[in-house]
Design a protein around this ligand. Structure first.
Ligand code: SDX
Length: 413
């Protein structure tokens, strides 16, 4: 028997809402947001385009991984040489970008802007200097991805020179063309060429940070490019998302947290129950401890162990060389504290460190200023973001999820 649509409406609406409630997951936790050939994250494995992260960290360079992510295959010898030459040729910045960076000195000094903000604006200006910025075709996007990969370390280097009130290092060519990508970024930041060890540790950290599937900032770039907006605009969105302390900003906050612990317990407190007391207080106040936990990994972040090992080895070597302390402690003491905090988190909360925890200590040991940790994360993740943007544009469907309405019931105006 046919019933009037009006009579059926409430039942239909109720079942529609029930279906939506069933499909709802706050923060899209566990929700499949799309398909990708770029990266696979499982509890037991992290894969970039088929290659496992431990294999890449041990045997590849960042330039090889950047090529792998952007082109979709491992580069041959000649392809790699050409790719490296293209990056070197594109390192220098347009004067409009450099003069913006120089003009940001006051905002950086006053704290009105942090380096992630200046990086975001610099990339936005970079778009105006890129002749292909409105072109979403794959060949143009690959060229733009290389230019962004080449220039972001230069923005970071010039910005650090401005913060240090020193002359811009490598203004003409974007650093030293004889140095590889990671080493040149460190050189531009300090004016000093890094040791082979420092260059390799930075290179591996860039490999570890390069790509991570549908994390918040990458998904942001896919949502923006999913409207057929341009690569630079999507990257600006990615930078804004990565800045947050729940995401990339955690590497800076993790180091600040360790400095806070040392400030509270003193160097003599490291290794004692004073650190346990500090952590218990953090647990009681429901404080989020930076550099720990992960939305996907519940048995540990594959990358954290790799970087912890490299960072610790570097700290021990620096201390053996009897180099001066930095911050309040000699280098290995930071790692001793880090290992104690890790153990307490695991024993008490069953929460593992993510890649940002060892990153903080490692970059601190390399005397990199803390506010540059997340910009360096961008210098790596730009390759993953661009790979996803190119993939989204090549097989696009607008990304537009639903929501459950919790506002007031319908009423007359
Ligand atoms: C990155 O997604 C990616 O792949 C990101 C990334 C990448 O490469 O792109 O891996 C990089 O962003 C790593 C994460 C960096 N962020 C941090 O280190 C910030 C601290 N971490 C937390 O805020 C948290 O672990 C998140 C945000 C990373 C994940 O949070 P979820 O999945 O939303 O989990 P949750 O906040 O719901 O926590 C579940 C429980 C909660 O306890 P209850 O409230 O249920 O009692 O675990 C607790 C949380 O309080 N918890 C923590 C904690 N992380 C989770 N408690 C204290 N400190 C923490 N760090």
């Amino acid at each position: 028997m046919s019933t009037s649509p009006a009579k059926d409406a409430p039942a239909a609406a109720a079942s529609h809402t029930a279906d939506k409630q069933a499909a709802f997951a706050k923060g899209l936790d566990g929700v499949i947001g799309g398909q990708t050939a770029v990266c696979s994250i499982e509890q037991d494995k992290l894969i970039y385009r088929g290659y496992e992260i431990h294999d890449l960290a041990a045997h590849a360079t960042f330039e090889q991984v950047a090529f792998l992510l952007l082109e979709g295959r491992k580069p041959g010898e000649h392809e790699l040489a050409r790719f490296k030459a293209e990056l070197i040729a594109e390192r220098a910045l347009h004067p409009a970008v450099t003069s913006f960076i120089e003009s940001s000195a006051g905002w950086l000094a006053s704290g009105r802007a942090v380096p992630m903000d200046v990086l975001r604006t610099a990339v936005s200006i970079l778009a105006h200097t890129d002749p292909e910025c409105q072109d979403n075709a794959a060949p143009a996007e690959l060229r733009k991805a290389k230019r962004l990969t080449a220039k972001i370390p230069t923005i970071i280097g010039h910005m650090q020179n401005v913060i240090d009130a020193r002359a811009i290092v490598g203004l003409e060519r974007g650093g030293d063309p004889t140095l590889d990508h990671a080493a040149n970024m460190l050189y531009m930041m300090t004016g000093k060429r890094p040791s082979a060890d420092e260059a390799r540790v930075m290179d591996v950290s860039l490999i570890l940070y390069a790509e991570h599937e549908f994390n918040a900032s990458t998904f942001t770039t896919r949502v923006i490019s999913g409207t057929l907006s341009d690569m630079h605009g999507a990257v600006c969105g990615g930078i804004a998302a990565l800045k947050g302390p729940l995401h990339g900003g955690a590497n800076e906050m993790a180091m600040e947290m360790l400095k806070e612990i040392v400030n509270d317990v003193g160097e003599a407190g490291i290794g004692t129950s004073k650190v346990d007391d500090w952590m218990n207080n953090a647990f009681e106040t429901k404080r989020k401890l930076m550099g720990f936990g992960h939305r996907v990994y519940k048995n540990g972040d594959h990358r954290a162990g790799i970087l912890m090992g490299l960072g610790k080895k570097m700290a021990d070597s620096i201390d053996n060389a009897g180099q001066p302390t930095f911050g309040a402690l000699r280098a290995p003491r930071w790692f001793a504290l880090g290992e104690q905090v890790q153990k307490i988190m695991l024993d008490k909360k069953k929460i593992h460190p993510n890649v940002d925890f060892p990153c903080g200590m490692t970059y601190f040991t390399m005397k990199i200023p803390v506010p540059q940790y997340t910009p360096i994360f961008v210098a790596a993740r730009i390759t993953g973001w661009c790979a996803h943007i190119i993939e989204q544009h090549s097989d696009n469907r607008l990304i537009r999820p639903l929501s459950i309405y919790t506002g007031p019931a319908e009423k007359k105006w």
